[in-house]
Design a protein around this ligand. Structure first.
Ligand code: SAH
Length: 255
């Protein structure tokens, strides 16, 4: 498959310019190289990288591309997805990339330098801690989370970073009714509501994906997110007695 401008235009109604196409190629080379040193991603085959990392990262936010300025925080970014493709494609947006694993943020730091990106900030540590810092709390227009945790846990990680009027986008594979019920309950506590559940298929493999858009409608309670570890141990909004929905195995590294 050739992932040229026509392919992007046909599948996403948007296309990278020459510089962005070059940066996609560089990012792919950097990820392959980085993978030999650290376990960054299982998606290493060229076609899969373009579809599951680049295209999928951008699909969730392409509807916002007409916004002149946006501050984004990508939580649990791993090797930088969706955050790095977003930073490449929107150089005038600001993108913070958070991960608790230093070898991943070290990779991102070197990638950002090689790519010449000047619109990112790299944060090593847990979302639960950064979200209580004055310089990050309720400071972003948008939080993104892909393959990080169950949806209600992602809501607790992400929404405290978002300003009232801003949103969080949860990148999901499949989507189940129970997840939605639990997410809706979590959102009530976090001052947000489910604004949209956007179901779509990847353009080549036709794999099912969902982007769940949460809108922050009011200030959340100061206690959220709870201390590191608690959101996963006692997920907010979980239905008592119900078996927790384990998201289908992530295609990502599992640490
Ligand atoms: N978003 C990336 C990586 C998914 S793997 C992608 O889709 O390709 C999940 C990542 O989330 C891991 O790198 C893990 O270290 C990070 N993570 C999980 N919980 C976290 C937390 N509470 N704070 C910060 N990072 C977290």
């Amino acid at each position: 498959m050739t992932f040229d401008a026509q392919w992007w235009q046909a599948t996403l109604d948007w296309q990278p310019d020459a510089e962005q196409s070059r940066q996609f190629e560089s990012l792919y080379a950097l990820v392959l190289k980085g993978n030999t040193k650290a376990n960054l991603t299982r998606i290493t085959e060229r076609d899969a990288f373009w579809e599951k990392h680049l295209w999928d990262s951008l699909r969730g936010v392409v509807s916002l591309f007409d916004q002149a300025e946006l501050s984004v925080i990508d939580i649990g970014t791993g090797a930088g997805f969706p955050g790095l493709p977003i930073a490449i494609c929107r150089p005038f947006w600001y993108v913070a990339l958070v991960d608790s694993i230093r070898k991943k943020t070290a990779f991102i730091a070197s990638a950002v330098q090689s790519l010449g990106l000047t619109n990112t900030q790299i944060l090593t540590g847990r979302a639960e801690d950064f979200a209580h810092r004055r310089d990050h709390r309720a400071s972003y227009d948008l939080a993104t989370l892909r393959a990080v945790a169950p949806a209600n846990v992602c809501a607790e990680y992400g929404l405290p970073f978002v300003k009232v009027g801003g949103s969080a986008i949860l990148y999901r594979g499949g989507w189940e009714v129970q997840e939605e019920v639990e997410l809706a309950r979590a959102c009530t506590a976090l001052g947000a509501e489910i604004a949209e559940i956007d179901a779509f298929q990847l353009p080549e493999t036709q794999a099912i994906r969902h982007c769940v858009v949460l809108k922050k409608v009011k200030k959340g309670m100061d206690v959220f997110p709870r201390s590191a570890g608690l959101p996963t141990q006692h997920p907010l909004g979980a239905i008592e007695g119900a078996t927790p929905v384990t998201p289908e195995e992530s295609e990502e590294s599992d640490d």
